[in-house]
Every structure is written in C-alpha cells, then in structure tokens.
Design a protein around this ligand. Structure first.
Ligand SMILES: [Zn+2]
Length: 53
C-alpha cells in the first residue's frame, strides 16, 4: 500500500484512543474536544490522539 500523506493524515486525524481502556475510536476532533464523544466500552470521555506513542 502506498503511503499517501493526505489519506494518512485524514485517517489519524479522527482517531482517538481512550485513556481508560485504550480502545480506538473514530470521532471528530471537535466532538472530542467538546466532550461529545463517549467511549463505546467504558463510556468515559477521556481521549488522546492516536498519533502519540
Ligand atoms: Zn474506554
């Protein structure tokens, strides 16, 4: 698979990892920042971007 910066950026941009249970979730950055995104597994609202780590 060719690495397309734009596509990768888009993929990672909306991906977050739950700080509580480490499950990945796709959501808008704005939604996460506003606390509108809940973790599917543990219902927490603490997320970090997927990029880190
Ligand atoms: Zn969680």
């Amino acid at each position: 698979m060719a690495k397309i910066p734009e596509a990768q950026n888009r993929l990672f941009k909306n991906m977050f990892v739950c700080k509580n249970c480490q499950s990945k979730i796709r959501s808008d950055t704005q939604k996460v920042l506003k606390g509108l995104t809940k973790c599917r597994k543990c219902s927490k609202k603490a997320f970090r971007p997927l990029k880190k780590k």
